[in-house]
Design a protein around this ligand. Sequence first.
Ligand code: PEP
Length: 249
Amino acid sequence: MRMPLIAGNWKMNGSLELVEQFGRAFAETGLPTSVEVALIPPTPYLAAMQSALAGTAVALGAQTLNPETKGAHTGEVSAEMLNEFDVRYVLVGHSERRSMYHEDDAAVLARAKAALASGLVPVLCVGETLEQREAGQTEAVVLGQVEAVFNALDAEQRTRMVIAYEPVWAIGTGRTASPSQAQAVHAAIRARLGEYDSELAARLRLLYGGSMKADNAAELLAESDIDGGLIGGASLKTNDFLAICQSAG
Ligand code: PEP
């Protein structure tokens, strides 16, 4: 019922050459039809990535957006601008945006709403720090981040969201949540979604992110509430990323 989504977040990495490499790799390698794949390059590469992926089934994503529609916001990008490049997904609430660029729950909500208003699919990233996990606060933190957005959306808007659980201590550290640790948090998120609507809980995709790689993807994706992955470092090499896509099929 839930088609797995594997999304590669390049962060501030890559080059035009890498965009071309990925275009060639996806043109040459068939993807399992049972998996949806998205690439999320830095904003300046959106146009090149759009051309490189033309004719493939790979969707385009963006790493951030500004909630305003236009105006004096130097360095920012609007939802409508992303739409001009056929962007489908946009990350909101990534832990790097929360911690380095001070995007709090209100800022994350504003971005999710702007994305939804323009027909983009927000990928809401949530996750606890190591300190919070060790203090037994994982569920409270993660569900609080989910509720900060979901409580303010209407029933129809909630159906157009994707959630990515990304424990902050696992992002870019090589330290992955064990399948059972990840599954426990995903199950808690799904149970919370069920309090809004049981159909919503059954349909919404919950991705895992945090040092997911070709050699640990299959066991994470085998968990019943893990519906795909948000991949950072391992999305920068065609072979690694393709292997993760295959293991979701
Ligand atoms: C991310 O930044 O979303 C991420 C999951 O990174 P990595 O896979 O490198 O941990």
